[in-house]
Design a protein around this ligand. Sequence first.
Ligand SMILES: Nc1ncnc2c1ncn2[C@@H]1O[C@H](COP(=O)(O)OP(=O)(O)OP(=O)(O)O)[C@@H](O)[C@H]1O
Length: 327
Amino acid sequence: MVAIAVDGLTRTFGDVTAVDDLSFTVEDGEIFGLLGPNGAGKSTLINVLVTLLRPTAGTATVDGHDVESETAAVRDSLGIVFQEPALDEELTGAENLAFHARLYGMDRRERTERIDEILDLVGLADERDDPVGTYSGGMKRRLEIGRGLLHEPAVLFLDEPTVGLDARTRRDTWEYIQRMNREAGVTIVLTTHYIEEAEHLCDRVAVVDDGEIAAIDTPAALTASLGGDVVTLAVEGPTGALTDRLDDQSWVTEYTRTDEGVTVTVERGEARIADLVRLADDAGVTITSVDLRRPNLETVFLSLTGATIEEREAGDAERPVATEAER
Ligand SMILES: Nc1ncnc2c1ncn2[C@@H]1O[C@H](COP(=O)(O)OP(=O)(O)OP(=O)(O)O)[C@@H](O)[C@H]1O
């Protein structure tokens, strides 16, 4: 079944189109990632899906309920963890959960059982009676994720779930998110601007830039779409004699001349470096350096948008003439 269906969804703020005519679906049980730089429109999209913002145009359903006409049913079907932590530091972990369980109208028995279950699930059973103020950043995140699952939602939204956590804690948090997904059977939709997070955690990723989805697929398929590894050869002098020879090689996916030399896309780049050096030699072209890049979601983002996520976030509006991945 489809957990989320988005059709022609648009949300504007004055002149700014934060979400621009998006259409996609998320299947039940998926971990689905929205990958893009800050300002790409990810939070706006999530806020529309969780009924905090109304769409300007288009429709969206969560667990089969329309976000505009069935807001109460949508809210019952989802849990959300916002970017900004929202825990009462003076209360214990169990008390924080109990407070929310009461908001959901659970009776005492149901509350006790569910809170024990959640604390087990997020690995905080031993710290249940410690004030949250004494928790580490990772523990707080886990408690918030657990809180989002209290009422057994069909879909859990996580807005930048590991922002501000160190690399080790980030990886631990991924494991907990995967565990929630498997053991609680909850569909997870998360936003991230971390390439690694999208690559390691998500079943499918939508690459979001400027309010639009540039591509949507599994991380492996997105990466494979680049057509292989990129070998960059810097050479002395003209490259014509070398590119003439590249034209004749069936194993060359594509190549582009650059100021410094040639970038060549090939499968199994490590096995082709020797062939490339031999071809250059035959052509009388001297190679001064060789660089091999494996495609990953960073190179995918680069090839789709003409800039890296970091460049986008630094406000680098200027798009390079030819990117590494495009070459
Ligand atoms: N309430 C608002 N009023 C005006 N403009 C807004 C509002 N909310 C978002 N925007 C604009 O919409 C665009 C998308 O913002 P959005 O917060 O959705 O991006 P994002 O990808 O989630 O980034 P972040 O992770 O920083 O929240 C930005 O240009 C932002 O300035």
